[in-house]
Ligand binder design. Structure first.
Ligand code: ADP
Ligand code: ASP
Ligand code: MG
Length: 404
């Protein structure tokens, strides 16, 4: 008998039939004698639909009310999953995030989990129930409903597994595991058997949305080993775990693509202390997340500053940039969307040379222009045109012979 936390994502519970399929799988595990906590997401499209509705009634909906609204998506699925289990003769009970004891900070729409007191969960498990927990949500210490950021059901599952000290955590989704690239983009992508937390974290942060990045960070911190698998078959998936020596033999683990980026260039910035500090402080205050930053070598006392942000932040960031550019006395500024970030990730990069050369050559041969470059110990990222993103991913994947 094992103690298992399972998570089923939006596509896996996307229709009544799929919810019945999930219930059948859960029932099998339950009948095999396992103690089960099942985290479910909202049915696919529901969260997006609710967000769209919110914007239709208000141009700037309050974050507290957004959380109140979005949390209903997962609340539907927990009840439906419990009902489907009942009809299979299984004792099951649904719990909201708050009922499961998930307490968060007060940052609505991207709350962090502060602590979990899973008293009710244990009570129900002890009385033989399968416990179905709503993903993506919690409650702050004032009793207000909060949500954990998009894709947050992954975090609920991993945090529950840590808090309950479960034996295993299984993330069920619509692909067989983590691949060397998004299999929808690169049909030859290969399933990865085992990957370190750091590589998974980089891939997830750099666009591979198969796992929410914050959930991987949490798993690393609390050493929660987990497996990504498909809810549509019984194939072995991908195990995400602590790094071990053999992992460094693989130079590159995968390629990821992050679309929806925007690039801002401020031209003719006076080259003196405090200019960058002022600009980026103002952007931070406006809630803009700045990603890559490049400053040119200065010539005749001025320099150019280029950085990338999320496309969605561009309208609000524009106002700040215009005001700051005027204040600094910059000559000009430009802002464009339609760009993407392509990254290659692997802990083997620490001990192997030539990764950058292979990456740049592959893109050059395909006639794809690199606009910006950034590197860290285990990744290299380049900014390219979004329209070339899919082709670039395929070309780079081929160049590193990652596929089948
Ligand atoms: P869920 O609703 O189950 O949480 P998501 O849609 O959030 O599922 O994540 C699964 C999707 O992630 C897949 O359908 C796939 O297209 C995408 N994806 C992106 N990069 C990768 C990758 N490297 N490996 C596997 N899937 C990936
Ligand atoms: N329903 C939420 C979302 O769509 C959380 C999740 O699916 O993990 O982002
Ligand atoms: Mg997801």
């Amino acid at each position: 008998m094992s103690f298992i936390v399972q998570k089923y994502g939006g596509t896996s519970v996307g229709t009544a039939e799929r919810i019945r399929n999930v219930a059948t799988r859960v029932a099998e595990s339950h009948r095999a004698g396992h103690r089960l906590v099942v985290v479910v997401s909202a049915m696919s499209g529901v969260t997006d639909g609710l967000l769209k509705l919110a914007r239709e009634v208000s141009p700037e909906p309050s974050a507290r009310e957004i959380d109140m609204l979005l949390s209903t998506g997962e609340q539907q699925t927990i009840a439906l999953t419990a009902m489907a289990l009942h009809s299979l003769g299984i004792k099951a009970v649904s719990l909201t995030g708050a009922q499961a004891g998930i307490i968060t900070d007060r940052l609505h729409t991207k709350a962090k989990i502060a602590n979990i007191t899973p008293k009710k969960v244990f009570e129900y498990l002890d009385s033989g129930h399968v416990v179905i927990v709503a993903g993506f949500q919690g409650q702050n210490d004032d009793g207000h409903i909060t949500t954990l950021g998009r894709g947050g059901s992954d975090l609920t599952a991993i945090a529950m597994a840590a808090a309950l000290k479960a034996d295993t955590c299984e993330i069920y989704t619509d692909v067989d595991g983590v691949y060397t690239a998004d299999p929808r983009l690169v049909p030859t992508a290969k399933k990865i058997k085992e990957i370190s937390y750091d590589e998974m974290l980089e891939l997830a942060s750099l666009g591979a949305k198969v796992m929410q990045a914050r959930s991987v960070e949490f798993a690393k911190k609390f050493k929660v080993k987990f497996e990504v698998r498909s809810s549509f078959n019984h194939n072995p998936g991908t195990v995400i775990t602590e790094e071990h020596a053999a992992m460094e033999d693989v130079v590159l683990r995968g390629v990821s693509l992050e679309k929806n980026q925007a690039k801002v260039t401020i031209i003719g910035v006076p080259d003196k202390p405090g200019v960058a500090a002022g600009l980026f402080s103002a952007l931070a205050e406006s809630g803009t997340n700045v990603d890559m930053i490049v400053q040119n070598v200065s010539a005749q006392g001025t320099t150019d500053l280029t950085f990338t942000i999320n496309k969605d932040d561009l309208p609000s960031a524009r106002k700040v940039i215009e005001a700051q550019a005027a204040q600094i006395g910059a000559r000009n500024h430009t802002a464009q969307d339609g760009i993407a970030k392509l990254s290659v990730v692997g802990i083997g990069m620490r001990s192997h040379t030539g990764v950058a050369a292979t990456l740049f050559s592959a893109l050059a041969q395909a006639g794809i222009n690199i606009q910006m470059i950034s590197t860290s110990e285990i990744k290299i990222s380049v900014i390219i045109n979004e329209s070339e993103g899919a082709r670039a991913t395929q070309v780079v994947h081929d160049a590193f012979k990652l596929g089948n």
